[in-house]
Design a protein around this ligand. Structure first.
Ligand SMILES: C[S@@+](CC[C@H](N)C(=O)[O-])C[C@H]1O[C@@H](n2cnc3c(N)ncnc32)[C@H](O)[C@@H]1O
Length: 316
């Protein structure tokens, strides 16, 4: 018998509180994964509340369909990328909605399932696609990008200070087909130094995963679309991110939308006519408790932000 896949939902209590759920409401979990957050949302919005759960990983959807079958029609699951949240919501009759949750990144199931190529802890083909039908694998990037582009990607998405040396080592060893080959290339130039808490390949693997799945672009597009789906004042967008680049995108988006004027700072009179559409619930980012980090070390880099609509929804 194989064990059911597991993923411990991160900042669960905080995310549920941040959504300000109401019974009978309609919500979107844009990264439903194994349904940890969705299960808590569904429990809180009965009777009559409904959730649309989106994921680009069909394996996650299949597991969640089984786990949360008892909710029947209250849970609708859709395969797709959350950059397409607007057409997906429209297709399933989920417009407008009272709240939207994004819990970004990979799930423990994806990291732990053999054969998906997310982890350097096993030797397997270098894939890293959340959507197994996605256009680009990590092996394609590693074997086709020029050295400068690889270094830029590892620096930008991995915040890896050895990015140039790692890119050089990769190019020298090509072709690279497996996670172990890639990990060895990184270790050759960025060995573990004393006091390092993480494996030397961690940041390079993270960078490739972000590039393969187009993660930063996805969230930029999705936030803009999500705002247009909200039902009116009080409807919320909650985002849990695990990478400073993503958190910066979320923070900037919420700040821009919360401003009444976006004219250049030196301009004496406002000419932009811009009006705030969102309000940040708190300007301070929320982090997991020490207790949660102790119980679930994968939560350590989680950052939660929340904003709510301040505009009446225009009749369609
Ligand atoms: C951190 S996990 C979510 C875990 C979930 N909250 C739970 O409690 O089980 C992130 C999930 O989002 C999915 N995902 C990541 N980026 C996505 C995107 N751009 N579009 C759709 N799904 C995405 C991944 O496939 C993964 O299953």
């Amino acid at each position: 018998m194989t064990a059911a896949p597991q993923h411990e939902p991160v900042m669960l209590r905080e995310a549920i509180d941040a959504l300000a759920l109401r019974p009978g409401g309609r919500y979107v979990d844009a990264t439903v994964g194994l349904g940890g957050h969705t299960s808590a949302i569904l429990a809180a919005i009965q009777p009559d509340g409904r959730v649309l759960g989106i994921d680009r990983d069909p394996n996650a959807l299949e597991a969640t369909r089984g786990r949360l079958a008892s909710y029947g029609d209250a849970l609708v699951l859709a395969r797709g990328a959350f950059a397409d949240i607007a057409p997906i919501c429209t297709a399933h009759g989920f417009v407008p909605v009272d709240g939207i949750l994004f819990d970004l990144g990979v799930s423990s199931m994806q990291l732990d399932t053999p054969g998906r190529g997310f982890s350097f802890r096993r030797d397997e083909p270098l894939d890293m696609r959340m959507d197994p039908d996605g256009p680009t694998t990590a092996a394609e990037i590693v074997n086709t990008y020029d050295e400068g582009s690889l270094a830029g990607l590892i620096w930008d998405y991995g915040e890896e200070r050895n990015s140039r040396r790692i890119a050089h080592a990769i190019v020298e060893r090509r072709p690279i087909h497996t996670t172990a080959e890639l990990a060895r290339a990184v270790e050759a130039v960025a060995g573990r130094s004393r006091g390092d808490r993480i494996h030397p390949a961690t940041r390079t693997f993270q960078a490739l995963r972000i590039a393969v799945n187009d993660e930063v672009e996805q969230i930029e597009t999705a936030l803009q679309a999500a705002e247009g789906l909200l039902s009116g004042p009080g409807a919320r967008i909650v985002v849990i991110s695990f990478h400073s680049l993503e958190d910066r995108v979320v923070k900037q988006f919420f700040r821009d939308r919360a401003r009444d004027c976006v004219c250049p700072p030196r301009q004496p009179i406002c000419t932009c006519d811009h009006r705030a559409t969102l309000r940040e619930i708190s300007r301070r980012v929320a982090k997991p408790t020490d207790d949660e980090v102790y119980r679930n070390p994968r939560s350590r880099s989680a950052r939660l932000r929340v904003a709510e609509s301040v505009v009446e929804r225009q009749a369609a």
